[in-house]
Ligand binder design. Structure first.
Ligand SMILES: *Cc1c(COP(=O)(O)O)cnc(C)c1O
Length: 219
């Protein structure tokens, strides 16, 4: 199937309350433009430099989402244009995004990345640390960021029962947090291999790469 057909299929298949982020990392601009011409306006990248190059070259009504791990010293390169940072995993990073957003008189939306994978290696905050951030005074003082939701990545495994456990634990935490923090509206979870399960577990934003653009070549 072509990229355009894949985009159209997702547009008609996804529930209305679920936002599609087209994950275009490593893909050439021609591929992104094919998705753009099919109506896609939200793209996700995991490297700030690559995202900035694409932002420079492409139409300005695109919303750029940073979905990868963010190094604090690179925030300045995306502060002018990034629309949503999915992978915020420390208060220090939030502070840096706030500082750089201020320089551009912007407010940048962020998601707190929560560690849900049972495996060890993944980035993310513990639920306790995320709750501490959201209730701290120093967080209330950041006027140039808005935390609009949570993001999580399940373990990379064929064991769908495990993936479901991990998604459900994030859903439960999200729903609990929302009672005290009603401005949280986005639950970013689900990729090509597990987005259907993620939606069943309450995801409102799926990040889909290879099912739209084909397998990535990292060489
Ligand atoms: C690459 C990536 C995706 C997309 O993965 P696919 O399996 O190609 O859909 C989603 N989320 C994050 C954080 C990624 O790095």
């Amino acid at each position: 199937m072509s990229i355009a057909k894949n985009i159209k299929r997702f547009q008609s298949e996804l529930p209305e309350n679920v936002t599609l982020v087209a994950v275009s990392k490593t893909k050439p601009i021609d591929d992104l433009m094919e998705a753009y011409d099919a109506g896609q306006r939200i793209f996700g990248e995991n490297k700030i430099q690559e995202m900035t190059e694409k932002w420079n070259a492409m139409p300005k009504d695109i919303q750029w989402h940073m979905i990868g791990h963010v190094q604090r010293n690179k925030v300045k390169y995306m502060a002018e244009f990034v629309n949503l940072v999915h992978g915020v995993d420390s208060f220090k990073l939030l502070k840096e995004i706030d500082k750089q957003a201020k320089k551009h008189s912007r407010v940048i939306d962020c998601l707190l990345q929560i560690k849900i994978a049972e495996e060890e290696s993944k980035f993310g905050l513990s639920k306790a640390d995320a709750s501490d951030i959201l209730t701290s005074d120093s967080f209330q003082n950041l006027k140039h960021i808005r935390v609009t939701g949570l993001m999580g990545m399940a373990t990379f495994t064929d064991d769908m029962a495990q993936v479901e456990r991990e998604f459900k634990s994030l859903q439960t935490y999200f729903n609990t947090l929302k009672t005290n923090h009603p401005h949280l509206e986005i639950l970013s979870m689900g990729m090509s291999g597990d987005y259907k399960l993620a939606i069943d577990c309450g995801s409102t934003m799926v990040r889909i790469g290879s099912t739209i653009f084909g397998a990535r070549n990292y060489s």
